[in-house]
Design a protein around this ligand. Sequence first.
Ligand SMILES: Cc1cc2nc3c(=O)[nH]c(=O)nc-3n(C[C@H](O)[C@H](O)[C@H](O)COP(=O)(O)O)c2cc1C
Length: 291
Amino acid sequence: MIEIDKEKCTSCGKCAEVCPSGIIESERVNGKRRVYVAHPDWCNLCGHCMAVCAPRAITHELLSYDDFEELGDLDVSPDSMKRLLLARRSVRRYKPEPVPDDAVAELIEVATHAGTGGNNQSVGFMVIRDAALIQRLEDAVLDVLWNTGVKFMGNNVVMSALRLVAGSGASEGMARYYTMFKTMRESGHLQGSMFRNAPALVVAYDKKSNRMAALDCAIAMRNVEVMAMTMGLGTCWSGFLVGADKMRPKRINGVLGLAGDERIHGALMLGYPKYTYNVKLPRKARKVTLL
Ligand SMILES: Cc1cc2nc3c(=O)[nH]c(=O)nc-3n(C[C@H](O)[C@H](O)[C@H](O)COP(=O)(O)O)c2cc1C
């Protein structure tokens, strides 16, 4: 699977150092270093050995230098990166203009370059710009949240049991959702409350069998959120969609055409913000331990 071209190799050993799995080893023979592939079957296709090799001495059955792209100097200063991260806000008011294809392509590119556990690269992405489909999904999410969970939170027996099982913090949170949903249902304000009339949704999903799926999806979506800001786009997480998919996967997956063994772990509303405010807001003091 992996071969080292002895003519090109300078025996610097960098490939062996950067390999996450100890696939490439080096040894000294008669005072000379020899670098060799010891365990090719363990390769997870991370490509670090090839990237670090200046003379491009490594060939890989499944990776080609032709697909490597030099990115040059990274000119993002800590200050501009920090200000970007501090200025990130959840956007819930969008302009009606659609998100163009080239912007979607850029966002998906950075999403697919997020790290994944074991370099699995199995997260799937769906970008939905079809307003009728977004509406059908919103209806399904509202139906699932209310009928599978929230409506029972108005029942004293259920709430007492929840308090016992999950503690008072969780039950207070659910009681708040119950009041909020019930009031909005009765006043006809639920419409648009899930996806805020965003012109697009980005959904990240993976097979149930990937135990890192939730992290893999969240990290990919983080790339989308941050990249979107640099393009003048805004995002807002939809925990409600993720929650509804956990509660009734068949129903939600059915709307999106996902398979029965796939689960949504990340969902972002996406569009051009109607309002912008680059303000650093106060945050709660957190428990931070420096050891
Ligand atoms: C995992 C997660 C799920 C969220 N789900 C929703 C949601 O369903 N609807 C919504 O309006 N905001 C949602 N949010 C946004 C939070 O309410 C928001 O991050 C928080 O209020 C702080 O505001 P900021 O993002 O502008 O700093 C979610 C955020 C996260 C991280």
